[in-house]
Write a protein that binds this ligand. Sequence first.
Ligand code: LRH
Ligand code: MN
Length: 413
Amino acid sequence: MPTDFHQKSLSLLTEQLASKGIHIDSLISKIAAFQIAVPSWALGAGGSRFGRFSIGGEPRNLEEKLDDIGLLAKLTKRTNAVSLHIPWDISQDVQAIKQKATELQISFDAMNSNTFQDYGQPLTYKMGSLSNEDAAVRKQAVEHNLHVIEIGKSLGSKGLTVWLADGSNFPGQAHFRNALKWTTESLHEIYSGMPVDWKLLLEYKPYEPNFYHTVIPDWGTSALICSQLGDRAKVLVDLGHHLPNTNIEQIVATLMQQNMLAGFHFNDSKYGDDDLSTGSIKPYQLFLIFCELIGGAEDKAQTWESISWMIDASHNTKDPLEDLIQALEAISQAYAKALLVDRKKLTQCQNDGDVVGAQEVLQDAFLTDVRALVREARIQSGGEADPLAFFRREKIRDKLISKRGKNAQASGL
Ligand code: LRH
Ligand code: MN
């Protein structure tokens, strides 16, 4: 990207926005300050039940995962934190990990527990964990979550994400009310085991791996349970965890209205929980979600600082680092476009019942090319003008393969 091209497109956009009374400097500082956590499990090639195709040079341990996130942080200046998943990211030397993260200026966002797989624990989670008929299995799952909190405390994390695969595949298999009761009771024990400055992020999902019912299938059930746990329990919105055509931006508005939005797992999907690159399928939906977030924060429904921003994706065909560079860019662009919405004019259209006018206000912002703005924010933060071009020009994947090997495989999905 020739520098003069960037300068030309930036000055054109600056002029365009100034004509609407928008000062580009305030936008640049907001975008530069907006940091998104990267999941530790998205640095290798994901797979599906139909197979997994290695990418080569994948991080073989937590140290190398931190190296990859450090590289993403250096190139994009859009991420400064990692979200770990236990036991996939168990480390023998927590102090060394903490030291390395500090050197890379990476902090630890919400920890993720795992009671949806068997990894050698005494009792299987095949028939559920926090909702299991067997109190001993529920106790084991609670203790696992308390253990994850201890690891998180030693790393400086301030949150625990709980996603449960718990559910059933056939009518009659599960007792819905008992499953919900035991899950809520188990979460009470976990919640009271959290330090007072931690939050619990309760993630919902309609189906998979269970295909008849899931104990926490939607935002309403998650909010119901959170309201019984306490005000540090809030609802985590994974964009892929919705039935087709669900109005996710309305869910975001509703949760903010109740000060119950914990945060996001950003990704995109065409059909199910496809974990595709954020903004690659439904960029307008992502924009509308950021419109609700900015509106909710400006109207003091919920503070911007109280919301966690994380990616949750899995890569079957793309290079994981290239995909994460694209996702961080797409999220920053959606935020930048939503910042351009003339909220006064929109409110006027809503009050006047001017439906056409309201759409014009939104689409004027959405159709504004903000790439120069996001690029300038990155350059001013010391990042690469074009991280993807840099990643390819420097042949970073080849260097990782020669260092780690063609068959190096990362732990995770
Ligand atoms: C479940 C989920 C959850 C993670 C897992 C890796 O689909 O979104 O957030 O634990 O993916
Ligand atoms: Mn998720």
